[in-house]
Design a protein around this ligand. Structure first.
Ligand code: KG4
Ligand code: ZN
Length: 344
């Protein structure tokens, strides 16, 4: 089954053709990062306008590269939640138009489930159930993926997402948006034990994250040093911050894997590209005998191939939409077939 997938939830306009949820026939991504960089973050209005301009060429490119016409596609999939609402609506309406014109089924996909499904593209043998750490720009979750379309949330962030914390700390260190990748590369040159930073925990919720205190600690550290005219080693601050985030993520993931007796571990989302996190997870794999799956770097960030992968399983579960499909800015990842209509 060939699915044409569209992704426009944030600042990437993407289209892909994916076969049977596992094989990428084509994947096109138009990133707007350079344009949003000068504002220090994504400007929703600009993102929507650029999606409107780019969605047709990106989709045409994906079909052409896959060597299929719209008529040869079996279904159209689209990220319908969560994300910037104006940005989502561009993709949703475009996909509705395509599905109606070509008389194909329309499959709504939850963006975060798409990030998890990036692993199905890279690891043909991977099947649920598994324990999953999801770390993106907008979400930090530990979930149990019971089945391709059934999730159970075990823990989540109470404030900033992991990627958001990386970006805010990177900004305080003077890096452009999104700074996670810059912080990662500079951290490799620093001493992760040079700067003492807190490891905030949420009382009574052992699997929940809280990153805002950690980010504030870095901002205050830099501010105080500047006031005293002290020079801080940027590499050491970056390495220490990264270690603190990785410590918190891995500590909770390990605890959840032990409590729930899970050894099959999957990681998903933009922050899964972080080298410090990948190194630590590899150590945990060796120490604990985990079966560990990480997306390749090319599939960590936003793309439409992952949406096409998840869409296949949503299709098999009968999770289709009609022309009343709407975008939804915020939607829990553990929604069910029964309550999906509350959001889409
Ligand atoms: O999953 P994603 O592409 O978009 C969302 O769905 O949010 O994640 C983007 C986030 C950004 O915050 C970005 O800075 C972060 O992932 N990121 C990284 C790295 N690469 C991307 N954070 C830390 N280290 C990296 N190497
Ligand atoms: Zn994403």
């Amino acid at each position: 089954m060939k699915i044409l997938a569209i992704e426009s939830s944030c600042d990437e306009t993407a289209a892909a053709v994916v076969e049977d949820g596992r094989k990428i026939l084509s994947s096109f991504i138009h990133s707007q990062v350079a344009e949003h960089e000068k504002y220090g973050g994504v400007v929703p209005e600009i993102a929507s306008r650029r999606h409107t301009e780019n969605i047709i060429p990106v989709t045409e490119g994906a079909l052409k590269k896959a060597g299929v016409s719209l008529n040869e596609i079996d279904a159209v999939a689209v990220t319908a939640a969560p994300g910037l609402i104006g940005a989502l609506l561009v993709g949703v309406n475009f996909a509705k138009g395509l599905a109606a014109a070509a008389e194909k089924p329309l499959i709504p996909v939850h963006h975060i489930r798409g990030h998890v499904a990036a692993n199905y593209l890279a690891h043909p043998e991977l099947e649920p159930p598994f324990l999953c750490l999801i770390v993106s720009g907008g979400h930090s979750h530990i979930v149990e993926v019971l089945d391709y379309t059934r999730y159970r949330v075990i823990g989540k962030t109470r404030d900033d997402a992991a990627g958001e914390a990386f970006d805010k700390a990177a900004r305080a260190l003077g890096f452009p948006y999104p700074g996670g990748i810059y912080l990662d590369s500079i951290a490799r040159e620093g001493d992760p034990d040079a700067v003492k930073l807190p490891r905030p925990r949420v009382e009574g919720a052992p699997y929940d994250f809280s990153f805002s205190g950690l980010k504030t600690a870095v901002v205050n550290l830099l501010h105080n040093a500047a006031q005293k005219g002290q020079e801080l080693c940027v590499q050491d601050v970056a390495a220490s911050f990264q270690k603190a985030v990785v410590d918190l993520l891995c500590e909770k993931l390990v605890a959840a894997s032990e409590e729930f007796g899970k050894k099959k571990i999957v990681v998903a989302g933009g922050v899964s590209a972080n080298s410090g996190l990948r190194d630590r997870l590899e150590e945990e794999r060796l120490r604990r005998g985990w079966e560990l799956y990480l997306p390749p770097l090319s599939l960590c960030g936003d793309n439409a191939a992952m949406i096409g992968a998840q869409a296949y399983y949503e299709f098999l579960a009968g999770n289709l939409a009609d022309m009343s499909l709407n975008g939804c800015a915020s939607m829990p990842v553990d929604y069910t077939k029964e309550n999906a209509a509350l959001y889409f």
